[in-house]
Design a protein around this ligand. Sequence first.
Ligand code: SF4
Length: 351
Amino acid sequence: MSTTTPQLQVSDVKVHFPVRGGAFGRVRGAVKAVDGVSFDVLRGETLGLVGESGCGKSTLGRAVLRLVEPTAGTLRFDGQDLTGLSPRQLRPLRQRMQFVFQDPYASLNPRLTVREILEEPFAIHGLARGPGERAREVEALLDAMGLPREALERRPHEFSGGQRQRIGIARALALRPDLVVADEPISALDVSVQAQIVNLLVDLQRERGLTYIFIAHDLNIVEYVSTRVAVMYLGRIVELAPSAALYRQPRHPYTQALLSAVPVAEPGHRRTRLLVPGEPPSPLAPPPGCTFHPRCPHAMERCRREAPPSYPLGGGHFAACFLAEPDAREAPSDAAPGGRTGVLAQPPSPG
Ligand code: SF4
């Protein structure tokens, strides 16, 4: 159950990676992986973070936990500013903010047994002091993940992908965090086990009151798990809205195109497929103005010069597009974004 209290406040966060070159390794530019992102995550909610590969969503997920250092901006967790904290000052807060990795196999030490993997966070943070207490915590974790007790003495390679992800989730939850960033937690798994892991995450959230940032490219899964959804394009959030509003009436041309490619479960309902030409530009040299303008069929002269701010549309819905500007919304126009069809529409693809 989400509340209106922000657990996490992200303000104008940037992550720029220097690009070096030449004989002396001078800095020749910067990859703007995340370029001025602001949002709140409310306690107990799931914020879905979507966008094409390379849009910066994984870097942003790591930056909010300071697993990569932001170049600029502010991060507040439960009102406390994280940005200036030293690693030692950050340590007690680390227990409360955890990360679930995409590839559970790569993130688990192959030499350790599951018991050792799950005991490690307690040892690092000096918790569950006695061996009996620690063993009980580890067994309770395993039960919560639906894994048998025999699993404790085995090593990661002895498990299937889905079981390994359960171990990865168990390790992330060992210290009873409040906030979990799950970075594509099911994309490395067989389709047959993806739903099990998603349902496990949803159940654990309900039982433990967790707050999630759920990063994924599967828009159906994101709709299922998310309270609100943020859409990223080239290092920026271009649209943010409650999940139902975003999927029913996306307002940014990029979101409209992304969602038009998602199959609809309702019988008789068919979406018009909207095609976005070309590839996303390089974050090393993003276009001026609205960074989506080279691919946007609505692009106007102004879009090539000015970056649109994020316009509030009511009900917690925001879109960074000049067509969402109040004046543009009031003036009836063929170019106004109108749900998943409109002037972006291309002929429906066969099938
Ligand atoms: Fe398209 Fe202009 Fe809106 Fe950017 S600001 S999405 S280019 S209409």
